[in-house]
Design a protein around this ligand. Structure first.
Ligand SMILES: C[S@@+](CC[C@H](N)C(=O)[O-])C[C@H]1O[C@@H](n2cnc3c(N)ncnc32)[C@H](O)[C@@H]1O
Length: 227
């Protein structure tokens, strides 16, 4: 697993193949439910990623099922057309989001760690999903390259507390800019850094707490003003 410096977050190459949002998604091949093998495989890959980049990953284990469900409910995805995930890790949260999304929606996942990006591309097979390598700072470039509209929801597990202030500030600005009016930004974090970066752009968040996770997490939800 490569080392990553959040301050020099990769400027990922723009994807060459565009997938407009109204393209055909028939013949969906959503990944089957987790088995003991796939769960252990993902946990091992996650730990390896953490050991390679402790500050970039900031957790030794993936999010719990309870946290995934709380995040999915907070995001309100039943009518979503375009959803963005920042930091899919080994794909547990990605699968939970896909299960809650409509059949014609798109999920753009942006991951800084090349090992995780390759892992998710391999184990989460769903034609609604695009897994891109790069920084959450570049949401706008990734949306444009895929010809996707503003996001109905942005979901983030990236560690704002361990990245330089200016990187977190650019990510918060990009989220606010590329969220559709009425869209939601859901960020799950132990520390309050994400709230400090985002509140100047989206106002005060609604805050929930999920105890059944290692570590326990705050789940912050912002709703962008309509119009
Ligand atoms: C705590 S893990 C969350 C993984 C997964 N979503 C979960 O909940 O199990 C944080 C993830 O954010 C990724 N990450 C960190 N900084 C990032 C950035 N600037 N842009 C995109 N992904 C980033 C890490 O590589 C890691 O996969």
């Amino acid at each position: 697993m490569n080392q990553h410096n959040p301050s020099s977050a990769a400027k990922a190459p723009a994807p060459s193949v565009a997938h407009p949002i109204d393209s055909d998604v028939s013949g969906m091949t959503e990944a089957p439910p987790a088995t003991l093998f796939s769960d252990l495989r993902d946990r091992f890959a996650f730990l390896k990623g953490f050991l390679g980049s402790p500050n970039g990953v900031a957790s030794m284990v993936p999010s719990s099922h309870w946290l995934e469900q709380r995040v999915v409910r907070a995001a309100g995805l039943s009518q979503a057309r375009c959803v963005i995930e920042l930091g899919p890790g080994t794909g547990g949260t990605t699968r939970a989001l896909l299960r809650a999304m409509p059949a014609q929606a798109r999920l753009l996942a942006i991951e800084l760690n090349p090992g995780f990006q390759a892992h998710v591309r391999k184990v989460v097979r769903d034609p609604r999903l695009h897994v891109e390598l790069g920084s959450a700072e570049d949401i706008g470039a990734f949306l444009a390259a895929r010809r996707l509209p503003a996001a109905d929801a942005v979901i983030s597990g990236i560690p704002f507390s361990t990245m330089p202030f200016e990187v977190g500030d650019r990510i918060a600005q990009a989220v606010a800019q590329h969220l559709a009016p009425g869209g939601r930004f859901v960020a799950y974090q132990w520390a309050a850094a994400v709230a400090e970066r985002t509140t100047p752009y989206l106002g005060a968040p609604h805050v929930q707490f999920e105890a059944f996770n290692i570590p326990p997490m705050r789940v912050y939800t912002w709703t962008k003003a309509a119009g």
